[in-house]
Design a protein around this ligand. Structure first.
Ligand SMILES: *[C@@H]1O[C@H](CO)[C@@H](O)[C@H](O)[C@H]1NC(C)=O
Ligand SMILES: *[C@@H]1O[C@H](CO)[C@@H](O)[C@H](O)[C@H]1NC(C)=O
Length: 548
């Protein structure tokens, strides 16, 4: 099977996936002095980039945001987990913590543009992990008009955070890490330029911006699924064809978020069943969770209705909550067996790989990469935060629990901000009658009854693991907010549960937990005093190691 061949080739050197590209500030005063791990305050972690070997590097020039060629057609690479533990020996709590923190990263954003920090963690269950993620920042040029027209010399930051939940292999999600942000940014760039030229300096409407993001997703998927056939035809060997068709044959959900520091608009483009949730502080010190995306599966009523309307006379287009009774997400990248016409699938089978078309295949495509886009005005002055995560997390925790857990974490790990949220530990404790929070409930305003959160599946693993749902099961032990969420998802205070779930080796672990990718983005107001720096305290040592 072609995928096994990829896995064998997958043990390659670690490539950190956080790449930051932006124009170097001519103003040298803004450089951070003496940060030992980031020579210019720029965490260019990819050794290839550090050595100037990158083939596909966006460039930001004075007269435009950036220019960006589609990333290379070179090999897609992925690091695989080294299985160092005997499957029979239970990890002790220190080893479990080490495993939990193995892929954590944290960055402080010192640019004074509304974002203070973001934390990331991944926990593999598949080996290699089928999830992926990417974060990018682009500085827009002054020629882009401001909404309020008050300070036309200022640049704006565009920041992108994305998580990708792969299935049937890791190649689609890895491809998305390499190229998706570029596709979206190019469409946004074109839309801004076109509108500004056509309308004498008015920025594009919200609908045009949403359309640009959708267009970026669709073009990217078209190249992965359909253009790849043309390229594979030119390949000389089956293995070269397998490399080219890999991202078409496996699949991936994508959750891309886009923050414009000038408008404070935070857009979430969702294809599939990863989820974004906003946490906002109430005046009384509790937080409220607001979902920014809706899970898209064969069990989502609106998605079922859409698919039935698009494929009349095919009663099994959705069966048992799955597309053609098989695929759970109703929107995804790749998954060519749900998109290619039958004659293409026959040709692929004959010329390259032996897999027959699905018997129910009549009127493809059944699966689309087109995202649903939502826009939310974030409030840095209120200390908003956003959690992005693949469905592995939401199988274990509700939106309210996730937001409450980050709220609890903030009480112990307050961020430096001009407008410190009123929920300081002392304030919250007095609110609770002087009682320390550790024995109390999460600081979350539970608006919803869990089973009625619209369009969102409730945490199914909790029953599987027989977890009682009380807040007393939670702990704060990690400096990385994303790691904190994963620890509590896996059992929190119940160390045996955490150690047991982490001990299970791949592939057995897959029955109990999915691959996990979690990002927490903290907004806040602060003076600009640097760029993006690694937060060593909340990052794994291997992340801190590369030096420039
Ligand atoms: C806190 O404030 C929110 C929003 O104003 C409100 O819905 C909630 O009931 C309040 N909670 C408490 C414990 O007062
Ligand atoms: C929660 O919502 C479900 C479904 O809407 C409903 O059946 C149930 O009675 C609600 N429970 C409470 C406590 O409101």
């Amino acid at each position: 099977m072609y995928l096994r061949q990829f896995s064998a080739a997958a043990i390659v050197s670690i490539v950190a996936s956080s790449l930051w590209y932006y124009r170097k500030e001519p103003d040298q005063k803004r450089e951070l002095a003496g940060s030992p791990t980031t020579a210019r305050g720029l965490p260019h972690l990819n050794p290839a980039v550090a050595n100037g070997q990158s083939q596909s590097r966006p460039v930001v020039e004075d007269d435009r945001f950036f220019v960006q060629e589609v990333a290379s057609s070179g090999p897609i690479i992925k690091s695989a987990e080294v299985q160092s533990v005997s499957p029979h020996a239970m990890l002790n709590p220190e080893e479990a913590t080490q495993k939990l923190r193995h892929l954590q990263e944290s960055y402080e954003v010192l640019r004074g543009r509304g974002v203070l920090r973001y934390d990331i963690v991944q926990l593999p269950s598949n080996n290699p992990i089928e999830d992926d993620h990417v974060e990018k920042l682009m500085e827009t040029s002054p020629s882009v008009p401001l909404h309020d027209q008050t300070d036309s010399s200022a640049t704006s930051d565009w920041m992108f955070w994305s998580v990708f939940d792969g299935h049937s292999g890791w190649t689609t999600s890895a491809k998305l890490r390499q190229v998706l942000t570029s596709y979206v940014a190019r469409e946004l760039d074109a839309t801004y330029k076109h509108t500004i030229a056509a309308s004498s300096l008015l920025p594009p409407s919200a609908a045009l911006v949403d359309a640009a993001i959708k267009q970026g997703f669709l073009k990217c998927d078209h190249d992965i699924v359909h253009e790849s056939i043309n390229r594979a035809k030119k390949a000389n060997t089956k293995s070269a064809a397998a490399d080219i068709l890999g991202p078409a044959l496996s699949g991936s959900c994508a959750l891309l978020s886009f923050y414009d520091s000038r408008s404070k608009d935070f857009r979430v483009a969702c294809t599939g069943d990863s989820r974004a949730v906003l946490g906002r502080l109430n005046p009384n010190g509790t937080w409220t969770a607001q979902p920014l995306s809706e899970d898209q599966t064969g069990g989502t009523p609106s998605e079922m209705a859409r698919l039935r309307a698009e494929h009349p006379g095919e009663p099994n287009v959705v069966a048992h909550g799955r597309i053609l009774g098989n695929l759970e997400p109703s929107r995804a990248f790749g998954d060519a067996h749900y998109k290619w016409a039958r004659d293409i699938q026959d040709m692929v089978k004959k010329d390259w790989f032996g897999r027959s078309p699905l018997t129910l295949l009549k009127t493809p495509p059944y699966v689309t990469a087109e995202p649903v886009v939502t826009t939310t005005r974030v409030m840095p002055e209120k200390g908003d935060f956003v959690v992005l995560a693949t469905d592995g997390l939401w199988e274990m925790l509700t939106n309210d629990e996730v937001v409450g857990l980050v709220g609890r974490w903030l009480e112990e790990n307050p961020l430096k901000s001009k407008t410190t949220p009123s929920a300081s530990p002392s304030w919250t404790r007095s609110f609770l009658g002087g009682k320390a929070r550790s024995d109390a409930s999460l600081p979350v305003n539970r608006l919803h009854n869990e089973s009625s959160q619209s369009g969102q599946r409730s945490p199914i693993r909790r029953q599987q693991w027989d977890i009682t749902a009380g807040d007393e099961r939670f702990v704060v032990e990690d400096k990385n907010a994303a790691t904190h969420l994963v620890r509590n998802a896996l059992g929190g205070r119940d160390r045996d549960m955490v150690c047991g779930l982490l001990t299970l080796p791949s592939p057995y672990s897959r029955r109990y937990r999915d691959d996990l990718t979690v990002e927490v983005i903290f907004f806040g107001e602060a003076e600009p005093c640097g760029d993006v720096v690694l937060n060593v305290e909340a990052s794994a040592p291997r992340i801190a190691r590369p030096k420039l």
